[in-house]
Design a protein around this ligand. Structure first.
Ligand SMILES: [Zn+2]
Ligand SMILES: [Zn+2]
Length: 247
């Protein structure tokens, strides 16, 4: 039991902003050597998969998916598993990449979790941006608005994150966690955007203390938990947040 982080150094790549934050990792578990192509192909088309193999950050994205798939195995023996992703993310569509995400790590993880026998799977998607992943997966999705998606989204940006102040944002987070608790899931996947942090590039105002409050609330949930750590580019922010998880 306890908390584990899955990482390998292949995630580093000079093309990716997310790689810059990965210097701070102490003890971690290596990903398994499972054949991940079949999982990528559960979500992405074969033509697409072949076409991205020549891109300069393909190998990072591929390893990021390996770490995400490993998390689904690791969580059987841990309470919480954290994966710092790089080159993958919720913006990737079946046959199209976006936002430096080649593969949709969230969608692929959900496939693996279902295969593992998890039935009531909840996704909490908090990032400065929104995606359409909820339309393509059968799990129950929540955003900070308390619903699947904010009512106001402009250019893929989360309307609530952009308009609420930090205190109200954290209050909303607490309410969403309570809704999730009442749903009694087998497992919760938190798509945690580092770009919510005030020192990142999105112009939001959540500082370390606000992250601490959200992480404490999240850790109170009794179900199994996986954290997909996404976006952001600063190592100091990454270190600050990982320490709040006790890593
Ligand atoms: Zn984002
Ligand atoms: Zn939102």
């Amino acid at each position: 039991m306890g908390i584990a982080i899955i990482y390998n150094k292949e995630l580093g790549n000079s093309w990716l902003g997310t790689s810059k934050r990965l210097g701070y990792i102490r003890e971690c578990k290596s990903p398994s050597d499972i054949n991940i192509d079949e999982y990528i192909l559960k979500f992405h088309t074969k033509e697409y998969f072949e076409s991205v193999k020549k891109l300069p950050f393909f190998s990072s994205a591929y390893e990021s998916i390996r770490c995400v798939i490993t998390a689904a195995d690791e969580v059987e023996g841990s309470d919480v598993v954290v994966v710092p992703t790089s080159g993958t993310g919720h913006h990737a569509e079946r046959n199209k990449w976006g936002g430096y995400s080649l593969f949709n790590d969230l969608a692929i993880l959900l496939e693996r979790l279902k295969e593992k026998g998890f039935e009531k799977i909840v996704v909490l998607e908090t990032d400065a941006h929104h995606s359409d992943t909820y339309r393509m997966c059968s799990a129950k999705f929540f955003c900070i608005s308390g619903e699947e998606r904010c009512k106001e989204i402009r250019e893929m940006r989360c309307g609530v994150a952009r308009t609420e102040d930090a205190e109200r944002y954290v209050e909303r987070f607490g309410r969403v966690v309570e809704i999730i608790e009442s749903y009694n899931p087998d497992i919760l996947v938190w798509y945690l955007g580092q770009d919510l942090h005030e020192r990142e590039y999105s112009g939001l105002k959540l500082n370390g203390e606000r992250f601490k409050q959200m992480i404490e609330k999240f850790m109170e949930l009794r179900c199994k938990k996986i954290v997909l750590f996404s976006s952001g580019s600063r190592e100091d922010v990454f270190e600050e947040i990982l320490k709040l998880f006790g890593l």
